[in-house]
Design a binder for this molecule. Structure first.
Ligand SMILES: [Zn+2]
Length: 98
């Protein structure tokens, strides 16, 4: 399913309204934490289960969002990291229902 609206809410959440009118929001810290790019995936593989991520503001502030085809969005973070492409199905799965 594709979104009909995507916005940043309260500087803390990515808010998505879907075609079926359901709404999801994903905490930006969670979004950054699960960045699906190869670099972050590899980084996560190295972390143990006791790992606690610590982020500075720039790492969890979205500077730009770009649609990628019909299947996802590319998130560009303020710290310059912009490799992550989040597919819609993935976002819907990880989002907290509203
Ligand atoms: Zn990444």
């Amino acid at each position: 399913m594709a979104p009909i609206q995507i916005k940043i809410k309260d500087k803390k959440y990515l808010f998505i309204k879907w075609q079926d009118s359901s709404e999801s929001s994903v905490r930006l810290t969670s979004l950054r934490r699960i960045c699906p790019c190869a670099m972050c995936s590899e980084e996560r593989n190295k972390q143990g289960k006791d790992y606690i991520p610590i982020y500075n503001d720039d790492q969890v502030t979205i500077q730009n969002l770009k649609l990628v085809g019909y299947y996802g969005i590319n998130v560009q973070w303020k710290d310059g990291h912009k490799l992550g492409i989040y597919e819609y199905g993935f976002l819907k799965r990880i989002a907290e229902p509203q």
